[in-house]
Design a protein around this ligand. Sequence first.
Ligand code: ZN
Length: 300
Amino acid sequence: MDWMERVRNLRQWSQNGARAPHKPLLMLYALGRFQQDADAALRFTSVEGDLARLLEDFGPNRKTSAAYPFHHLTSDGVWEVRTDTGSGSPGSAVGELRSSGAAGRLAPGLRAALSSEPALLGRLAHLLLDSHFPPSLHPDITAAVGLDLEAGDGTAVLLGEVAKETRRRNAELRAKVLVAYEYRCAFCGFSGSIGHTPVGLEAAHVRWWAFDGPDHLANGLCLCSLHHKLFDQGVLGLSEQRRIMVSREFIGDGRAARGQVHDLSGQPLMGPQPGSDPVHPEHIAWHTRQVFRGEPRLAA
Ligand SMILES: [Zn+2]
């Protein structure tokens, strides 16, 4: 069984670039729990809270029940669900999953493969992260699902194949974007270097690479590390007129949060310099639909 292939093909309901990270997030969660206890079954009632939080924090801004991936992942051959009576998953209704004592765990063949080949866990986790999320969010997700990819089983040195390719492409985009935006964060204007090396500045994809976002200047932004993270988390977004939007769901206290986040609301992007492609409206529209969280705050 090629488990990498199975996980790569996790059936998506997504169309037209819509994000559907429910199965990948459950899979990452299951890998994290497997790392802690390879035999434990995850009772729906004890993990539904964790799964709901994951979906809320790392999923698109749409309500989805944790029951959905918990049941539907069984059809991909990587996950099994059993009830108190020993039967299979009772379906995706929350009430049924609760009352039947449904408990899920990785499929027996996959558990055996993970036990006999310790590096497989890291490869699967990297594949899931690379295929569904931008690199800036990977550390947050692994922490949230309790995955330790630095574990002493050799997984840390094994980068996913997508990750290697992503790094090469990112380096190319980064070079273009930094020049176009004149080595400044397009949101706050931050600029800094040590010696000849710019620091704290990154090239962000507006439409994520994992969702067909091209490595073109028209899909890139030069952002400081903080604003890159907040943009990928959906705290910050862009209006059709390329003005900065701040999510109403973001709550920040103190002068720094006001200055670095709230005060950006309604401000125009800085750059790119004349003659360089600005961000294309189509990519902005994707980010607004799939990443930006809820409604924009009104400028003060
Ligand atoms: Zn910035």
